[in-house]
Design a protein around this ligand. Sequence first.
Ligand code: T6T
Length: 313
Amino acid sequence: AATLVLAACGSGQVGQSSGGQSAPDNKNLALIPGVQAEPFYISMQCGAEAEAKKLGYTLTTQAPQQFDAALQTEKVNALGSNPPAAMLIAPTDDTAMLAPIQQVANRGTKIVQVDTSLKDSSVAVSSISSDNTQGGQLAADTLAKLVGNKPGSVLVLDTKAGTSTTAARAAGFTEQLKKYPNLKSVGVQFTDNEPEQAASKVSAALASTPDLVGIFATNLNTGEGAATGLRNAGKIGQVNLVGFDASPSEVNGLRSGEYQALIAQDPAAIGQQGVDQAVNALEHKPVTAKLTAGLHSITRADMDANAQYFYKQ
Ligand code: T6T
């Protein structure tokens, strides 16, 4: 199957690298997202491609077919024959991806983490992500506002254990929820990043927890599954659904009332800054080890004013 990801990005501006003695001969950058054909990573790819072009570099994207460490390792290993100057990667597992990434680094390729990260990030010259803990806190504040004073239970849907981003979102949410005594967490459920699993976890929660007033879905697929679970039970709009990300399908869901709020990231900025840091490292300029991209809580009432945060597909 073809794995080269072609995204519908804007054309971007062609620029020239600063050149001079500091510019490397190898101007090839690789991007390895978490999974192929997914709006968050497509938007990241667009941001990265445009920036690479502007700086006089070429960026090639190779994405696994599923959000899976073994499949992502194959993509990383495949770079071996033609090592890029720098690799931007969103590790799908905070531990299992260390060894394959380390191997690439050992051959002289600069490593930049985009979005997710390893537990031991020392292999990377720079790491760029949203403040995911803060994103979880923002989701809790948003949900609490939507629910008001009504007492009730709240469910959190996470993806896979070992995913740094969604783990931080779930933890930030759970901690912040303690500030709202009327809301009680019924815990975090893992879904393997499969919408079907998220849907069945929601069906089960609705059956076992009659006072369920809210769900926090920590990413795109968990949100899609949660909406299906609510729809199947006729509970759309009765249980508040706060999602993460702003894919076209989530944005449609916000407009139609399946979601009450979305926490949008800025994946294009993550991709752009990832390229900037990679190029800084290659051109011996100062590199920032950790950078944070913005987050925005969006409800139906203010969605049209926030259209610039919606993802590409
Ligand atoms: O939420 C994003 C990303 O930040 C996360 O690490 C994995 O899931 C997404 O790609 C959305 O599906």
